[in-house]
Design a binder for this molecule. Structure first.
Ligand code: NAD
Ligand code: UFG
Length: 337
């Protein structure tokens, strides 16, 4: 039996594919390369020392997705495929709803039709909206502030309705906090298109001289140094959470929700310092206005994941920064072929 990995050519999917292969899983990666490059596939093979099937299919292509389910014996799905840029989702809501929601509906339809009833879904801490306090627990109220976040929350609700209608399903929604870093080999990492929106890739490009300076979005938040605090998690720790989640999902039916973070928050200025230390390079910055929609503080209470999944983040901030730097140094232009 195989695990279908949708979006497996992407940042988190590629790291998870490596861990799955190294843990003996047979996998099929499905991706349309809308935000990734084909050369990542060989790099996954090189790092993992194993092989896998790949299908270049768009989740919106019902016939293409059905053919994948006909061709392979799939019993579980790890569902990464989706569009993820918050700002872009505000300017292109229909594209985001169509890709993320319709793609998931087609996937669920085929999972039901072909009896693949286990799913690990890539949700996000964005479903907590503006949290009432930190650290954030899974039972906190849910809300969203942009179309991207809305797609994550809608998908969680669709999956919840699905398990009510069909008790054979076993689903876990992993609510990721802020994944950064890269595989220690320096062969796979984050490769945003154009100017990065997120802090870590932006810092990497400033330190390497590709961007002039970092804009720090506000220093008047109610945080120790006034800049935004987030729960950064090494992408390899995050990848391993999927293995733990797959194993746990095998033991029960229904749906459950897990925070995937370290439980420790770092400010923007702490991130700048940590990257400077890890890379030995300066990261010039200027304080600018707050970014609309940003919250001051966001970090997880990951204790449920430790208790139920038996998973805990292992890598510290220094390792996250060193691995991010190693990836940037070896691939200054990402996966450019
Ligand atoms: P990514 O863009 O690197 O990977 C997503 C992959 O899905 C890409 O390879 C893309 O080509 C593919 N894809 C998108 N739409 C598709 C479609 N219709 N059909 C087939 N393939 C499609 O993103 P990532 O950072 O690896 O994120 C993976 C998942 O985790 C996403 O669902 C994202 O929303 C979620 N997530 C990411 C973060 C983050 O900060 N990176 C945080 C929380 C949640
Ligand atoms: N920041 C800057 N300058 C930048 C970029 C970011 O100061 O150039 C700050 C932000 O204001 C924030 C922190 O760095 O305080 C982290 O910002 P990111 O954009 O890296 O991450 P966010 O926490 O804003 O968003 C991420 C994902 C979203 C997801 C959200 C919650 O990008 O997809 O976490 O899970 F919805």
């Amino acid at each position: 039996m195989a695990v279908l990995v949708t979006g497996g050519a992407g940042f988190i999917g590629s790291h998870t594919a490596v861990e799955l292969i190294q843990n003996g899983y047979e996998i099929v990666i499905l991706d349309n390369f809308s935000n990734s490059k084909p050369c990542v596939l060989d790099r996954i093979r090189t790092i993992s020392g194993g092989d896998f099937a790949f299908e270049q299919v768009d989740l919106l292509d019902r016939e293409g997705v059905e053919n994948v389910f006909k061709k392979y014996s799939i019993d579980s799905v790890i569902h990464f495929a989706g569009l993820k840029a918050v700002g872009e989702s505000v300017s292109m809501p229909i594209r985001y709803y169509h890709n993320n929601i319709t793609g998931t509906l087609i996937l669920c339809e085929m999972m039901q039709k072909y009896g693949a009833k286990r799913m690990i879904f890539s949700s996000s801490a964005t479903v907590y909206g503006t949290p009432k306090s930190v650290p954030i627990r899974e039972d906190f109220p849910l809300s969203t502030t942009n179309p991207y976040g809305e797609t994550k929350l809608m998908i969680e609700r669709i999956l919840s309705d699905l398990v009510v209608s069909d008790g054979e399903f076993s689903i876990s929604c992993l609510r990721y906090f802020n994944p950064i870093g890269a595989h220690k080999s320096g062969l796979i990492g984050e490769d945003p298109k154009g100017i990065p929106n997120n802090l870590m890739p932006y810092i990497c490009k400033v330190a390497s001289g590709q961007l002039h300076h970092l804009g720090v979005f506000g220093n008047d938040y109610d945080t120790p140094d006034g800049t935004g605090v987030r729960d950064y998690i090494h992408v390899v720790d995050l990848a391993r959470a999927h293995i733990a989640a797959l194993r746990e999902a095998e033991t029960r039916q229904g749906i459950d929700y897990f925070n995937i973070g370290t439980g420790r928050g770092y400010s923007v200025l702490e991130m700048v310092k940590a990257y400077e230390k890890a890379s030995g390079l300066p990261v010039p910055y200027e304080i600018t206005a707050r970014r609309p929609g940003d919250i001051g503080e966001c970090y997880a209470d990951p204790s449920k994941s430790e208790r139920v999944l038996g998973w805990k983040a292992e890598y510290d901030l220094d390792t996250m920064c060193k691995d991010a730097y190693n990836w940037q140094k070896n691939n200054p232009n990402g996966y450019e072929e």
